[in-house]
Write a protein that binds this ligand. Sequence first.
Ligand code: 13P
Ligand code: SF4
Length: 328
Amino acid sequence: MTVLTENLTGVDLLAEIARLKKERNAVILAHYYQKPEIQDLADYVGDSLELSKKAAATDADVIAFCGVKFMADTAKILSPQKIVILPDMDAGCSLEDSCPPEKFKAFREAHPDHIALTYINCSTEVKALSDVIVTSSSAETILAQIPLDQKIIFGPDRHLGGYLSRKLGRPMLLWPGVCIVHEAFSETELLKLKAQNPGAPIAAHPECPPAIIDHADYVGSTSGILNFAKTFPGDTLIVATEPHIIHQMEKAIPGKTFIGAPGADGNCNCNICPYMALNTLEKLYVALRDLQPRIEIEEGLRLAAKKSLDRMLEMAAGTVGKGDLGAR
Ligand code: 13P
Ligand code: SF4
């Protein structure tokens, strides 16, 4: 974790961020799992695919990425001429950590007749070793375009891979990674919550284990879940993904109740992504002021990783919102 040593007492952070944003011609991109105060000042809030597209299309000189490192790396891979800053360079991801490039390379070499379809939650090196990248909102559409007789390695999220395999009846070799946040939901506690709120549907992210997915009325990416929240007919929704997304739901649909799905003790903070939580307004201000910490990627590696990302953008074209994983 980056620890700020300077005293920022007395700095009007919101005013300073707005001033620096203009001065630097910067765009602020934020994922739905960011703290509400960051979501509220961002130019765009979105899921991984939407933010990648924004990063590729922006004409800003600086991209301030309020998310985790693989997302900021993706912005730099797609927009190398821009300065990309991440408020806390230690904002990683358990899925990325689960998939060291040397081990992934060896796994690929052991299965030469397989292609690698890889979740965007991975390092730039793993993207460079992959054939096609997917996000949770584009995975199904992309998988449907791959010939049925083509063998596939899917990594690093075994729950997303398993969900896709089950839904599409398509066997894939799964890398054994998990998201520590979605892994922490408790089926027992979820059923207790459901009993207390009979009739409330459950919306779950496909990074959840099957025991949670099996109870879900809707499974999809963060954007998909948000769309479901805007359209479901009841008044209460149980949300099985990182709870900061509830901020967008409460803003968009103020009359309804959104309850975060519980972890093992029924009331823990274990479903808050500890990596996403490292970004703060203070760190965003310092990053915009100093244009540091900055993402740098060696050009050969960037070009290799860009191939699999470009393939994702081509294959997912026009799918945001409708090519989602959808209802089970
Ligand atoms: P999406 O926003 O693409 O659904 O991804 C969720 C996630 O886990 C980000 O780390
Ligand atoms: Fe990674 Fe899970 Fe955090 Fe998303 S929520 S960044 S998958 S650890």
